[in-house]
Design a protein around this ligand. Structure first.
Ligand code: BTN
Length: 243
């Protein structure tokens, strides 16, 4: 496994996808950058990060998912890996906010962007992009964002955090490979943000409603109990939590 360190790049996800299009890339090859000029977040949003302060990384993962039905297992494994690294570094009040955010003290510390592709031989290859706010201290115009440094009032070594992250991701991927996904899902649900709490939501038609998160289905849908006690499943673009 190799780590490719870049000073600046448009997007580490795009770089790794392009690399893997042009050559054979070893499993768990990791790209890190000090700065991204076109960092991408979920649903076409930009991912902005102060140069040299945070972890901006993409990891190539292959030979782990055996079927497209299993794709969300990887989201679970990666979200839990970040959660576990933050926990080991004493970050308080941690939670995994569906679908892809890691929260500490009710603020977003990390985001995940996984891009899957199916190769000509039918194998699934994933570029796992992670933006983890580590040492950045101010987040202008981003009132819901925070960092490890802000929350703990101390600084962290980026290489050390990256090593911890890769270790956890490999470990959690091994649970997918050995069909022990139940333990991943159990930990994921135990730490799911606002599970079992009445909340306000908004659907894709700007319709606001109250509900209670019951969990996430194996295909990655958020399951919400509605006021009439029925359970409805929502995809990423179909609902957002109003806080
Ligand atoms: C999100 O929360 O919206 C996901 C953010 C993912 C950001 C990371 S930073 C490294 C990788 N490269 C990108 O362009 N995006 C991901």
């Amino acid at each position: 496994m190799s780590v490719i360190k870049l000073s600046a790049i448009d997007s580490t996800n795009d770089y790794l996808k392009e690399l893997s299009r042009n050559q054979i890339v070893e499993n768990f090859t990791t790209v890190v950058a000090n700065k991204q000029t076109k960092g991408r977040g979920q649903m076409g949003a930009a991912w902005v990060s102060e140069e040299g302060k945070n972890l901006i990384t993409s990891i190539l993962i292959k030979d782990v998912l055996q079927d497209v039905d299993e794709i969300f297992h990887l989201n679970v494994a990666v979200a839990l890996s970040i959660f576990e690294v933050l926990k080991a570094n004493d970050l308080p009040n941690l939670a995994i906010k569906w679908p892809n955010d890691i929260m500490s003290e009710q603020k977003k510390i990390a985001g995940i962007l996984i891009e899957n592709s199916i190769k000509s031989d039918g194998k699934i290859e994933s570029v796992v992009g992670i933006g983890l706010n580590v040492n950045q201290k101010s987040f202008e115009n981003l009132p819901k964002a925070s960092s490890m440094a802000v929350v703990t009032n101390s600084e962290f070594d980026l290489d050390e955090i990256l090593n911890q992250l890769i270790f956890q991701i490999k470990k959690n991927c091994s649970y997918i490979l050995t069909r022990q996904t139940d333990r991943l899902w159990q930990d994921y649900h135990c730490n799911l943000y606002k599970i079992n709490v009445p909340l306000a939501f908004e659907d894709a038609n700007q319709h606001k409603f109250m509900g209670i998160i019951q969990g996430v289905s194996t295909n990655g849908l958020l399951e919400i109990k509605l006021e009439d006690d029925s359970i409805k499943s929502f995809g990423i673009k179909e609902v957002q939590i109003l806080l």
